[in-house]
Structure formats: C-alpha cells, structure tokens
Ligand binder design. Structure first.
Ligand SMILES: [Fe+2]
Ligand SMILES: [Fe+2]
Length: 324
C-alpha cells in the first residue's frame, strides 16, 4: 500500500471517534468566554473609567512583557495560515465535509478569540504602536510559514501537539507575571487563552495516541522526523518594517527567554512530556527502523539539555518598532 493510502485509512479510523473527542475537548459556542466578557464595555457609562484603569495597570508592565504580548498576539492573528494548512492535510477535505472538517472549523473558531482579545487589550493599553504591530501581522500572514510537515497528518499532529503545549506554557506564564505585577485583568485574559490551548493540546495528543495504536512504526518515524527537523514556532517568519525576515522572531524569542515565559528548557520538557504521554518506551510491533527512531527520541532530551546548559541568556539590546 502506498504511504498516503495508509494515512487515509488511519484518518478514517480516527474520524469514527472524532465526535466523541470533540465533545470532550471543545466547548459549545454559547458556553464559551468571549473577548467582550473580559474587556471594558463601550455601551456602558463607565467605559472610559474602565479604560483609564486598564491603561494605568498596563503602565507597570516591563518592556519584555509587552514585547512578548505583541509577539503572541501576532502569532495568534496569523490564524488564516494555520487553518488553510490544516484543511490541506491528507484525509481532510473541505469539499467533502466530515468530522475532520468540523474539527478544523471548530478549532479555528475557538482560536480566533485569542488574537481578538489580546489585540483589543493592547490597543486600549496605550503601550503599543498599533500601526507597527498591524504591519507585522500583515507581513506574517503574507509570508506564511514552513513547518516541514507536508500534508502528512502524522507529522502535523506531532507539530500541533507540541505547539498547543508551547502556547499553553507561554500564555500561562504571562498570566502569572501579570498577576505578580498586580494586573488581574490581563492575568485573567492570558489564563483563559492558556486553558483553551491545553484542551486543544489534549485533542491533538489523542489523535497521535490513536495513530500509534494502528500504525506504530509509521507514527514513530514521523515523530522522529519532526524532532530531527526541530519544531519551529508558527511565527518564525515574523518581521517588522525594515527588518529582515525571521530577525524579529529571534528578538521576540530572546524576550521570551529573558522573561522566562518560554525557554529552551520548556522545549525539552514538552518533548519529555510527549515521550511519556505516548508511552514511547513501551510501543510494541516496531520495525527495525521504528526501533532506531525510538532510540533517537528517547536519547534526545538529555542531548538537548547538554546543549541548553551551554547557551547564554541573551541581553536586552533591541528596540521593537511595536513599542511606543
Ligand atoms: Fe491560540
Ligand atoms: Fe492553539
């Protein structure tokens, strides 16, 4: 059987269970939080007072914290790239609606609230040059991304499992930092986004677990391949006016490292947690190549830790156009 036929069969197998998975990990629209629940209500008399309070509390946020919030917002706002990518995965076809297309649409609908909420907060905060941020968002959507999964569902679900966990960590840490700075409102916003990301991570991890059950070697090789290529962040092409593609991303990622909201160690810990979650050490019926892939994966966290110990924390020496 050719590779894509196996993939299609596996996708059909998971599809039968997808309604149950969606019921567990997605929420009905009416029960969900909306950005409006967490922001000043412009129809009310006290709107301007609330905006004033929001601006006061935003004044306390350190430079790196604002930089990370802007980067996170732009990453979320590039959602059109992620949706169109997922719709193109083998076994997902928007012209033949199925539980898979329902999954992608519902996932997108939940994610869309993230960029919306953060964008409105940053606009009201008065700390951000909105035009510069808008330009970066437009660039990022226009530039797309290159996550090296191809149309392969196995590789895509490794990527999305990893990525949802990474965004859960970074939003959760920005929530904690906001709380420590006395900014309860922002803390709540980042907190609700983080909990969405965790539900999504659980769903994608479930897809991978299901695949391991029926195609252990294929899944192991795909996992190994993604880790050899390294999981790049979806905003790796991030840029500002006059700045080369990708350079802004590395400054954004430096700010996240300094702030401790997402570090090299988090990358390694996510890998560790996936090795445990998918019980990689105990997967049976692997081919020789599958066993070698498993050996590579099991040894990888320690190798990455040794490299991480040698990397220095980058100093703050960059001025983003985004920050007023
Ligand atoms: Fe998100
Ligand atoms: Fe997400």
């Amino acid at each position: 059987m050719v590779l894509s036929d196996v993939r299609l069969e596996v996708m059909r197998y998971i599809e039968e269970k997808l309604d149950a998975i969606m019921a567990e990990f997605l929420k009905p629209v009416e029960e969900h939080w909306q950005p409006a629940d967490l922001l000043p209500d412009a129809t009310q008399e006290n709107f301007l007072d609330e905006v004033k309070m929001l601006r006061e509390s935003a004044k306390e946020l350190p430079y790196d914290h604002i930089a990370v919030l802007v980067g996170d917002t732009i990453t979320e706002e590039a959602l059109p790239t992620y949706e169109s990518w997922l719709m193109d995965v083998t076994g997902i076809d928007q012209h033949a609606p199925s539980a898979w297309t329902k999954w992608v649409r519902n996932w997108t609908a939940e994610e869309n609230r993230h960029g919306d909420l953060l964008n409105k907060y940053l606009y009201l905060s008065g700390r951000v040059n909105m035009r510069a941020m808008d330009v970066s968002t437009q660039y990022l959507i226009a530039d797309g991304f290159d996550i090296q999964t191809g149309r392969d569902p196995y590789r895509n679900f490794v990527y999305t499992s990893f990525q949802e966990l990474a965004t859960n960590i970074s939003h959760r840490r920005t929530a904690t930092l906001a709380k420590q700075a006395g900014n309860v409102q922002l803390s709540k916003m980042c907190g609700v986004i983080a909990s969405d990301e965790m539900r999504h991570a659980k769903a994608y991890k479930t897809f991978v677990s299901q695949i391991f059950e029926i195609d252990p070697t294929g899944m192991m090789l795909a996992f190994e391949d993604m880790m050899r290529k390294k999981i790049v962040m979806p905003a790796h092409f991030l840029r500002e006016t006059g700045v080369q593609i990708g350079q802004t991303f590395s400054h954004f990622s430096d700010a996240a490292q300094r702030l401790g909201v997402y570090t090299t160690y988090d990358y390694i810990n996510i890998l560790d947690s996936l090795l445990t979650e998918w019980q990689i050490a105990y997967i049976e019926d692997l081919s020789d190549a599958g066993q070698r892939a498993r050996d590579y994966l099991m040894a990888l966290p320690d190798r990455l830790r040794r490299i991480a110990e040698r990397t220095k924390l980058p100093a703050l020496d960059y001025q983003f156009t985004w920050i007023a």
